[in-house]
Design a binder for this molecule. Structure first.
Ligand code: IPD
Ligand code: CA
Ligand code: CA
Length: 254
């Protein structure tokens, strides 16, 4: 059975129902600390288990890589999954978290979905065919001035206690923009760039499962996807995504 965005949506929306059932009963949801500043809940595990069982049963030719369960043997053509991106927000009862599912074939991201069930927003994209939010086509913002722009970031780097902790970079960019946001889910943040709600997003020290689907959605909506020097491509350790019109203005501040 060949995969389609419609089939993927059915599966990801069902995963969202599982996540919402836990979200509505947080007082009874077990939260564990994976490492300092990094949590996993019973919901993360339940959603990933559902996605792994369902996707590998429907598409046995594809392998699976989930944040919580790790990689299956086949990593040539694979599903890349973050079952809940923004787990800390989820555990605190906040709405800004998402389920991220990408399909990578021969090292090309071909299909991606990011579903934010508490926001009731479903983003998806297929390589070369465009990006959609709740069934409507989306494109990046028309903002041409960084000074008038709104940007987003995250601080995954604080988990690694790195010397470059993004704080000086954030300060430089904050002094040269109008709006700054740290919503707490890189996967959804990337979709906000795709949807024109953010004009740029950057973060260091992420993993491919945080950004694979969101980066494809952003790219298909017209975004640039580079590292902090402007080199084209998806670099999870240094992700910079912009509406393409302010890339030259933000690079000197990175
Ligand atoms: C986190 C979110 C957050 C980012 C963290 C990520 P998780 O994912 O994407 O926005 O700043 O670094 O780890 O851990 O909730 O799946
Ligand atoms: Ca994540
Ligand atoms: Ca996660």
């Amino acid at each position: 059975m060949s995969i389609s965005l419609a089939v993927l949506e059915e599966v990801v929306r069902e995963a969202g129902s599982i996540a919402l059932a836990y979200f509505k009963d947080l007082k009874n949801v077990e939260v564990k600390q994976k490492s300092p500043r990094d949590f996993v809940t019973a919901a993360d595990v339940a959603v990933e288990d559902f996605l792994k069982e369902t996707l590998t049963r429907k598409y046995p030719e594809y392998g699976f890589w989930g944040e919580e369960g790790g990689q299956s043997a086949n990593q040539t053509n694979r599903w890349i999954v973050d079952p809940i991106d923004g787990t800390h927000s989820f555990a605190k009862g906040q709405y800004f978290w998402g389920i991220s599912v990408a399909l990578e074939i021969d090292q090309e991201l071909m299909m991606g979905a990011v579903y934010a069930p508490a926001l009731n927003d479903y983003y998806c994209a297929e390589k070369g065919k465009g990006a959609w939010k709740n069934g409507q086509p989306i494109t990046v913002s028309s903002e041409t001035s960084l000074a008038d722009g709104m940007v987003g970031t995250g601080f995954a780097c604080l988990r690694s206690y790195l010397e470059d902790n993004n704080l000086a970079r954030f300060g430089r960019i904050a002094q040269n923009t109008t709006g700054q946001r740290r919503f707490g889910s890189a996967a959804v943040d990337l979709c906000l760039v795709a949807d024109g709600q953010l004009d740029a997003f950057w973060e260091q020290e992420l993993n491919l499962y945080d950004v694979a689907a969101g980066a494809l959605i952003a790219r298909e909506a017209g975004a640039t996807v580079t590292d902090f020097k402007g080199n084209e491509g998806l670099f999870p350790k240094q992700v910079l995504v912009t509406n393409g019109k302010i890339l030259g203005q933000i690079l000197p501040l990175m």
